[in-house]
Ligand binder design. Sequence first.
Ligand SMILES: O=P(O)(O)OC[C@H]1O[C@H](O[C@H]2O[C@H](CO)[C@@H](O)[C@H](O)[C@H]2O)[C@H](O)[C@@H](O)[C@@H]1O
Length: 249
Amino acid sequence: MSSAAELPAELVAALRELAGRRPVLVASDYDGVLAPLVGDPSAAVPSPGVAEALARLAARPGVVVALVSGRGVADLRTVSGLSGPYRWVGSHGAEFDGPLTGELAARRDALSEQLAPLVAAVPGALLEVKPASVAVHVRQVTDRAAADELLATADRVADPSLTKKPGKEVLELAVTDADKGRAMLRLRDELGAAAAVYLGDDRTDEDAFRALPPDDVTVKVGEGETAARFRVADPAVVPLLEELAALLA
Ligand SMILES: O=P(O)(O)OC[C@H]1O[C@H](O[C@H]2O[C@H](CO)[C@@H](O)[C@H](O)[C@H]2O)[C@H](O)[C@@H](O)[C@@H]1O
């Protein structure tokens, strides 16, 4: 059973203050926040209690829940198994209103062909082809020197016009310059949100932490330098969502 006692008192106070405003946007990153990190990206399922807490939040009047992920939207829906009246923003914000154009896909496919032999040469490495990017994953590479070398090589050979997005055991090369900060501002604007909450754990989430107004509740999940206002450990994510749902009731 989770409890608000696991949350920093200043965070609970900020959530309480935000809960008095409407409309409220509650947004979260997926991997590393709503789902624990695992070796196989296609096996990353939500932590126990996440689906229920998100559904409870989305049922509150004047509250919109958004999932803002580096994954493509179709992949996010499939892998997470989540369904509900959520805003689905994928590919770090490049997929905002729906699928991307074919022109971007052609560029992505050329990039994928370029990187495939490099990745195939490193046991355990994985090439993930996404709607607007190609990701080189090294989480399952046991030879750590080879993992570092692969990421450095992918970085070096990438066309300078690509957007580089380093993350946890991954380097992503994107054919758009979308980022989660702009995605969150756009969502906020579209909804006319009076306040927003954003939870994230990785480097790409820092764009959202930096972009949001200082009164918004930005929460870094886990260790590492951050621009977020608050920090929690990952077991506190479900208690945080539950506490927020209770305050918004
Ligand atoms: O923005 P997010 O929703 O956090 O997505 C970020 C990336 O998540 C996935 O990769 C990460 O999670 C994998 C599964 O736990 C893990 O194996 C990998 O090492 C992590 O980097 C996903 O595969 C990427 O497409 C997302 O961009």
